[in-house]
Design a protein around this ligand. Structure first.
Ligand code: ADP
Ligand code: MG
Length: 325
């Protein structure tokens, strides 16, 4: 294999690519010689023909909040691409867009003009989940509660409301989620630790923290973790950090490896083995109202999100009743 093709991926990703190449090459023996195009085609086949690669449903429904108060670390990108990967492999998923910017809604191709029934009305208790959740064009198994710009005022409006930290939890009641029939709920948080994020932390059992493999990656993480502790002790005793995902890995920099090993040293098995590489395709996809799986299924970015989703799904399949492995 040419050096150039592995240089921009982590050892983890490189070895997985080797492993998947070996696995897929058996399936596609027509490729007498392995070429970059064959590799891309094989990746696309794994993304687009999910029947052969179904992911397990969890023993019980999982609600994950995707949080990190730093902006630009890959919260939204990870939310929509993990959701699409799970959905395209047979799992029913709901994405709740809790960021007034509405970027998750855009990537999932869900209407989010001001006035559209959205997470804002859901938080206010004006409209039930069934009337705000919209099916995404990314997959028949994928639903999204969009965020409109109306949500921008919610942080302040919520302050004076009764049970202001519990609004989302109440809206995502077991009955409402049962009616929608979803196995997973992924909540995309805004880049702050305000009331919207607190609502997300109260509504979930699990926190998924994306960490960008960059300088200052760990800055502010202590604050996030102590907020999670606070919510756990006062509002939601089941809350725990179940998953850490390293994003935007650039193998050409030493720094990316340093951040990766630092995070693994700190958080151990909570960190997914799969690392998401920095890839132009990943950043281009939302511009076409698509996830990277829909935009370029043969890309490394798409494949890495499928691998990460599979790790999450497999962890969920082994979970006991209280939500922990
Ligand atoms: N793996 C990646 N490769 C390249 N660009 C990425 C990747 N992940 C995210 N980005 C880009 O980085 C920016 C921030 O990502 P985003 O998911 O919006 O972060 P957050 O939701 O944490 O603010 C976006 O422009 C996004 O397209
Ligand atoms: Mg975001």
């Amino acid at each position: 294999m040419a050096d150039g093709r592995t240089r921009d991926v982590s050892p983890d990703v490189a070895s997985r690519t080797d492993a998947s190449r070996a696995g897929v090459s058996r399936e596609t023996s027509a490729y007498a010689e392995w070429t970059p195009i064959a590799e891309e085609a094989a990746r696309a086949a794994r993304v687009l023909h999910p029947d052969r690669h179904r992911m397990p449903r969890p023993l019980q429904r999982r609600v994950l909040t995707v949080a990190n108060q730093k902006g630009g670390v890959g919260k939204t990108t990870s939310t929509v691409n993990l959701a699409a990967a799970l959905a395209m492999h047979g799992v029913q998923v709901l994405v709740v867009d809790l960021d007034p910017q509405g970027n998750a809604s855009t990537a999932l191709d869900v209407e989010h003009r001001s006035g559209t029934p959205s997470v804002y009305e859901l938080l206010l208790g004006e409209i039930p989940l069934s009337e705000t959740a919209t099916r995404s064009s990314a997959s028949d198994n994928l639903w999204c509660v969009p965020a409109t710009i109306d949500l921008a005022g919610a942080e302040i409006e919520l302050v004076s409301m009764v049970a202001r930290e519990q609004r989302l939890k109440q809206a995502l009641s077991p009955a409402a989620l049962e009616e929608l029939g979803v196995d997973y709920v992924l909540i995309d948080c805004p880049p702050s630790l305000g009331l919207l994020t607190v609502n997300a932390l109260v509504a979930a059992e699990e926190v998924l923290i994306p960490i960008q493999c960059e300088y200052y990656a760990l800055e502010g993480l202590g604050q996030l973790l102590s907020n999670i502790d606070l919510v756990r002790s006062h509002l939601n005793r089941d809350l725990h950090v179940s998953t850490i995902l390293l994003t935007m890995y650039d193998g050409r920099t030493k720094l990316a490896d340093q951040v990766t090993s630092e995070v693994r040293k700190h958080f151990g098995d909570t960190v997914l083995r799969t690392v998401i590489p920095r890839s132009v395709k990943v950043s281009e996809a939302p511009g076409y109202s698509k996830t990277v799986l829909g935009y370029d299924p043969g890309s490394r970015g798409a494949m890495s999100y499928v691998d990460a989703a599979r790790e999450i799904a497999e962890a969920g399949a082994g979970r006991t009743r209280n939500g922990r492995s």
